[in-house]
Design a protein around this ligand. Structure first.
Ligand SMILES: *Cc1c(COP(=O)(O)O)cnc(C)c1O
Length: 462
């Protein structure tokens, strides 16, 4: 399997190289040259399988010869062993035709664990084979960073640096990043927003001298291996509800567009998905773009669903690449225009995007109301991100097609907002009960590329 960049100018890579590099050298994102197909009988056969077995079948065609079947099977087994639910991604029914896919039973209580735990094991296997040490640098609005630190802490071949916007992540998220004591883990609090953190990481990848000197590797949601890991639960949940014999729809609380893009890949592989609904909070650039064709960032307003407080949605570039008929030049041009304020999607591409995605937005009051209403009617306590999904999903329900809304984080990750909305205090699962007592360790940094690069060089002795 070969991987190409969304900007068309970077070298074509195999799975292992695309995974280890993250961002392509032309600034683009890697995608498989061709999307493998799953036949209806293969999809039907996923129903009732252990999650790990389904994961092997869905992901195998993308791996090429990077790992043998036995190696890949062992990698998957280790990745999901630390989950707290035997089903890994259980479905819960919310209404006659509405289901919640609980993706928060991993070690850091958010869906990011599905991808990050897998990528930790993939990196370890690939790097120990080649004897290479890498420096993983990532930006987080909260959940990616904790998931990355949890996945890479204590590994021999990896240093992990996570940039998060100071004061803009929840206390649980911050503590999950600052309390691990392993020497290869570095949490950096940046004075700025998530988009600043993400921009500094992109800058580091575009500084080729630095990139090569520290052996930079990226595990942000742009990394293809992360998108791939997320494709699996679209298949398992749809198969559980009767696919391929009946269609299902999904509503996905969306920020960087990685999760919903995984749903798009599942559909392209042959999963009968009726609608994929992009749910945004008040930071609704994706909803506005899918409605009007105009992609113009206008600042971030902090919300109670902070992991979706995003204006530059990095994986949207992959959707644009597909909508523009895989024209890397056109995508590179749009990304250039974005640097000077924004871009307009062409009529043809907008039509293609709208065929693939519906969208909706949910403001702060609506988010709180969805938490309260869902608690009152089902006894299910939603985190604010899942609540954004449920609110938007409710406006997209149709009688004959089951809707699956992705619950992307555990309510205990956002206790203040959940308690305010529902009157219920969501307790942390018992394995994390002492989180508030653990010692924190963090480095503060200005929103400045040179300052951050210096910290990294010092820490790894370069
Ligand atoms: C990251 C995250 C999202 C957004 O997912 P994307 O793949 O970035 O669109 C939604 N909810 C939670 C809890 C998250 O951590």
């Amino acid at each position: 399997m070969r991987y190409v960049s969304t900007r068309g100018q970077a070298p074509v890579l195999d799975f292992e190289a695309a995974m280890l590099t993250g961002l392509a050298r032309d600034g683009g994102l890697y995608l498989p040259e061709r999307i493998p197909q799953m036949a209806p009988a293969e999809i039907a056969a996923l129903a009732g399988l252990p999650y790990e077995e389904a994961a092997l079948r869905v992901m195998r065609p993308y791996i090429g010869d990077a790992f043998s079947d036995a190696e890949f099977e062992a990698i998957i087994a280790r990745a999901y062993a630390g989950f707290n639910h035997v089903a890994r991604a259980p479905l819960v029914q919310l209404g006659p035709n509405h289901h919640l896919l609980e993706l928060f039973h991993g070690p850091t209580l958010a869906f990011k664990d599905f991808a990050m735990q897998l990528i930790g094991q993939l990196f370890e296997a690939a790097l120990s084979r080649s004897g290479t040490r890498v420096c993983i640098v990532g930006a987080t609005s909260g959940d990616t960073g904790s998931a990355a630190i949890e996945a890479f802490r204590g590994l021999d071949m990896v240093d992990v640096f996570i940039l998060y916007p100071q004061g803009r992540v929840s206390e649980v998220q911050r503590r999950q990043m600052t309390t691990p004591s392993e020497a290869n883990v570095h949490a950096i609090a940046v004075e700025g927003h998530f988009d600043d953190c993400q921009a500094r990481v992109k800058d580091m990848f575009n500084d080729f001298a630095f990139r090569d000197a520290v052996n930079l590797a990226g595990v942000n949601s742009i990394n293809w291996a992360r998108v791939l890991a997320q494709v699996v639960y679209y298949f398992t949940s749809a198969a559980a509800l009767g696919a391929p014999h009946r269609e299902v729809s999904f509503t996905v609380p969306t920020g960087n567009f990685g999760d919903v893009f995984a749903g798009y890949i599942a559909k392209r592989m042959g999963l009968p998905v009726s609608r994929l609904v992009v749910a945004t909070n008040q930071n609704d650039i994706l909803h506005r773009c899918l409605t009007s064709g105009e992609y113009r960032p206008d600042g971030v307003a902090p919300s109670i669903s902070p992991s979706m407080d995003i204006q530059v949605s990095s994986n949207f570039e992959r959707a644009l690449f597909e909508a523009y008929g895989r024209d890397g030049r056109a995508v590179a041009q749009l990304m250039d225009e974005l640097k000077s304020g924004g871009f307009s999607v062409s009529q043809g591409a907008l039509q293609a995007l709208r065929e693939a995605f519906d969208s909706g937005r949910c403001d702060e009051d609506e988010t709180r109301a969805a938490i309260r209403r869902t608690w009152d009617t089902t006894g299910e306590l939603l985190c604010p991100h899942g609540a954004v999904g449920v609110h938007v999903a409710e406006t997209h329900l149709v009688p004959e097609v089951p809707m699956i809304t992705l619950a992307t984080a555990h309510p205990a990750k956002f206790p203040a907002a959940v308690e305010e909305a529902s009157g219920q205090h969501p307790p942390l699962p018992s394995h994390m009960a002492d989180l508030y007592d653990r010692k924190e360790r963090v480095t503060e940094a200005a929103n400045d590329l040179g300052v951050i690069q210096q910290i990294i060089r010092e820490r790894i002795g370069q």
